[in-house]
Design a protein around this ligand. Structure first.
Ligand code: SAM
Length: 206
């Protein structure tokens, strides 16, 4: 174990993005610049293209706009977030839509039935970089061979975050041992915080 103190753990919880209080404070104050307020186009096209509903996990779901669309179309979907205030926000947006809304830490969560799809949007870039290896391991553990990891990845070299930008080769390092990239394209409907710096990608579990 390192003897170097982790300065991030000296900060108050509401200043640490690895702590639910950081996100609770922002949802509570209505300061959510990452929130698209709608379902992004590439994801809507992706779900329309699927022949059958996919059992889906949305980690770090926030307001859960996408979960609402999936649930109302009969897809089995779990929307998960470790911030109780985010979960309350999602509940008010989802209304009667049949979505399994779970308040839990992604790194502790296990599915009750096998997943077909993990949807990524503004979750990896919300995680401090020290958690990225764990993220890569956990998405691989959660998906069986053939399972899909699909969504938006924020490519940027600014050090400060969130959002914490990733380099293309870093993402490859996190995923390539267990996944093959099958789609990669520019995004046309980004909100300002991600504009020009995100790509839609689909990765298939080997
Ligand atoms: C930047 S927001 C993105 C929300 C949503 N995906 C969107 O696109 O609007 C990141 C979300 O991830 C959640 N989060 C961060 N770390 C988490 C963890 N370890 N487990 C579950 N949720 C987490 C936060 O509470 C927050 O709601």
């Amino acid at each position: 174990m390192s003897n170097i103190p982790d300065s991030s753990s000296d900060k108050p919880a509401d200043q640490r993005p690895d702590h639910p209080d950081f996100w609770c404070k922002r949802f509570g104050q209505g300061v959510t610049p990452w929130d698209a307020g709608r379902v992004p186009e590439d994801f809507a096209a992706f779900i329309t293209a699927q022949a059958t509903p996919l059992t889906t996990l949305i980690p770090g779901c926030g307001s859960a706009w996408e979960a609402g669309l999936l649930g109302c179309q009969g897809w089995p979907v779990t929307a998960l977030d470790f911030s109780p205030v985010a979960i309350d926000t999602a509940r008010s947006i989802l209304g009667d839509c049949p979505v399994d809304l779970v308040c839990a830490d992604f790194f502790q969560w296990q599915p009750v039935r096998p997943l077909d799809l993990i949807y990524e949007r503004a979750f990896l870039c919300a995680l401090p970089r020290k958690l990225w290896d764990d993220w890569g391991r956990h998405v691989a553990e959660l998906l069986p061979p053939g399972g899909l990891l699909a969504g938006y990845f924020f490519f940027c070299d600014q050090l400060k975050g969130p959002p914490f930008g990733i380099q293309p080769e870093q993402l490859d390092t996190l995923l390539q041992a267990n996944f093959e990239r099958v789609e990669d394209q520019a995004v046309n409907d980004s909100i300002p915080v991600f504009a020009g710096r995100e790509r839609w990608q689909v990765w298939r579990r080997r």
